[in-house]
Design a protein around this ligand. Structure first.
Ligand code: MN3
Length: 245
């Protein structure tokens, strides 16, 4: 039995009454994380599988992208096949921002697999061998202002990533124009956290599948290696988008 309240809510959604924070919309319009709507497709890596060697190995990239990310996409599509309209017309960002309106029977599946698709689509773009490169321009200034220096930021972010219990992510984001380090469990993203609407700039996947083949249980070594493959141009662009939104 569908309640009147639910029916009204569904009608409102169908009419496009769901709204996104304008800042989030603008930031994502310039740097879309995961394009399109249902049925979602696995995006190609923006570089070769071996491009991040020796910091992230080729086999890990194959499994991580071709198997893990592909499974999130497949399972998100299965959940949305059941969810129907208007959810099939939403981008992955919209789904994550409106999780509470997703039908209960598939809400957890959309949260985990939509989050998995979104997080990994972002993650691939955030990586690039940087030859010791560091953030520049406005992002570098903001980092110094917020954390003291780039090394202090690295230390705080690394410590957050190292202490995620079990599977999850560490994030640098912009929350109300301020830089902020946070962590999420599982495949949650800062945009899907109740009460928090930080725009993610940089994320680090600390699920064991992202490092176990090369680093085994030595997560801190993986985190240290990560600093060699941060795409600071992309992160800096996301920062500018977030601040001018
Ligand atoms: Mn992963």
């Amino acid at each position: 039995m569908i309640t009147r309240r639910k029916a009204l809510k569904t009608a409102a959604l169908a009419a496009g009454a769901f709204t996104l924070a304008p800042s989030l919309l603008k930031a994502q319009a310039v740097s879309p994380a995961a394009g399109g709507t249902y049925p979602f497709k696995l995006p190609e890596l923006p570089y070769g599988y071996d491009a991040l060697e020796p910091y992230i190995d080729t086999l890990t990239m194959h499994l991580h992208h071709d198997k893990h990310h592909a499974a999130y996409v497949e399972n998100l599509n299965k959940a949305l096949a059941e969810a129907g309209d208007p959810f099939q017309k939403m981008t992955v960002e919209e789904l994550l921002l409106h999780l509470n309106e997703v039908p209960e029977k598939v809400r957890t599946a959309v949260r985990n697999n939509g989050g998995g698709h979104y997080n990994h689509s972002l993650f691939w773009q955030m990586l690039k061998k940087n030859e010791g490169g560091q953030p520049t321009g406005e992002l570098a200034s903001a980092m110094t202002q917020t954390f003291g220096s780039y090394p202090e930021f690295q230390q705080k972010f690394s410590s957050a990533a190292a202490t995620v219990f079990g599977s999850g992510w560490a994030w640098l984001g912009v929350d109300d124009k301020n830089l902020k380090i946070s962590t999420t469990p599982n495949q949650d993203n800062p945009i899907s956290k109740p009460g928090e609407k930080a725009i993610p700039l940089l994320g680090l996947d600390v699920w064991e599948h992202s490092y176990y083949l090369k680093y085994q249980n030595r997560r801190p070594e993986y985190i240290k290696a990560f600093w060699n493959v941060v795409n600071w141009d992309y992160v800096g662009q996301r920062y500018r988008n977030a601040m001018t939104a």
